[in-house]
Design a protein around this ligand. Structure first.
Ligand SMILES: [Zn+2]
Length: 310
């Protein structure tokens, strides 16, 4: 991500960067830093894998990369008159009757050769995906969004593991997503002394709003109970294969928290610091004298340059 970020940064319009930089270089850099992740996400091509596609986002490494294609084949053995047998590679198909074995020879039925199996090879990571007709069989397609680019590292690892696990086990995915949520909440509120996730969430209901809070509570219960074998209604849904509608919003909810609690404040702060210091101080002094502070100030971190905010 860092590499992509710096490439994007280098490619930005030089004139506008220079103009802003002449006004306030450090603020411009902070704005760039805060916005670069967002811009990277916006500019990163997201083309889903498709059969014989020339370029798409690799299902193995995620890079937008050139793809090479080949058909999966079997070696079929055919009688060859007086001289015995010869072999010929034939596109593999799992259709009924695609191949017939007679003695030691294999006959292919070309009419029933669909669907064919193929592989795509990523030029970036040199790993393959396997296709049956137009459907990618391996790796199973990931149906939930990637981790938010501003997600802290520990929560991200758990999130990505949950995401990759989902096609194989919804229960394992729910447990990992719950662990990601807990890691994230401890990261954004390190001062929260609650030992348990339910206690932490109880203190955050107003902060997150009802909808998000209810979704997080559902994730907490699902992720917890699948591990402990409790079979309440939500866990029964997970166990009984109807979880597609249930579990995917959990991932969206985790990304929403990252955006709301980490990315948005960073963007706000970067924009706010573009205001000349004297005007910021005047605005803050006015807000203080009227008994309130602007939201940007209440969200701000102490700046290393040390602007004196009243
Ligand atoms: Zn790849």
């Amino acid at each position: 991500m860092e590499e992509r970020g710096s490439r994007l940064f280098d490619g930005r319009d030089g004139a506008s960067t220079a103009t802003l930089g002449a006004t306030c270089p450090s603020a411009t850099n902070r704005l760039d830093a805060a916005l670069s992740h967002t811009l990277v996400v916006m500019s990163k091509p997201t083309i889903s894998p498709s059969l014989y596609g020339e370029r798409f986002n690799c299902p193995r490494c995620g890079a937008f990369s050139h793809q090479m294609w080949g058909n999966l084949q079997i070696e079929a053995k055919f009688p060859n008159g007086q001289r015995g047998y010869f072999t010929r590679a034939t596109d593999f198909s799992d259709a009924e009757g695609a191949f017939a074995v007679e003695g030691t020879s294999v006959h292919s039925d070309r009419d029933s050769a669909e669907p064919k199996w193929a592989y795509s090879l990523c030029s970036s990571c040199l790993q393959s995906a396997v296709w049956r007709g137009s459907v990618m069989i391996f790796p199973a397609e990931l149906t939930v969004p990637e981790a938010h680019p501003s997600m802290p590292e520990d929560a991200r690892m758990l999130y990505e593991e949950a995401r990759a696990t989902l096609p194989v086990s919804r229960r394992a995915a729910a447990a990992l997503a719950r662990a990601s949520l807990e890691s994230l909440l401890r990261e954004i509120e390190p001062g929260n002394k609650s030992k348990r996730l339910d206690e932490m969430l109880a203190t955050m209901k107003t902060r997150f709003g009802d909808d998000l809070w209810q979704l997080l509570t559902a994730l907490r219960v699902a992720g917890n109970d699948v591990l402990h074998g409790d079979r309440d209604d939500l866990v029964v849904l997970l166990l009984d294969g109807e979880a597609d509608v249930v579990i995917e919003p959990f991932f969206g909810a985790i990304n929403t928290i990252v955006d709301k609690e980490i990315a948005q404040p960073a963007r706000t702060q970067a924009l706010y610091e573009l205001i000349p210091q004297t005007k910021r101080e005047a605005a803050e002094a006015k807000a203080l004298s009227s008994g309130s502070l602007p939201e940007a100030v209440s969200l701000s971190q102490p700046s290393p340059e040390g602007p004196h905010r009243a």
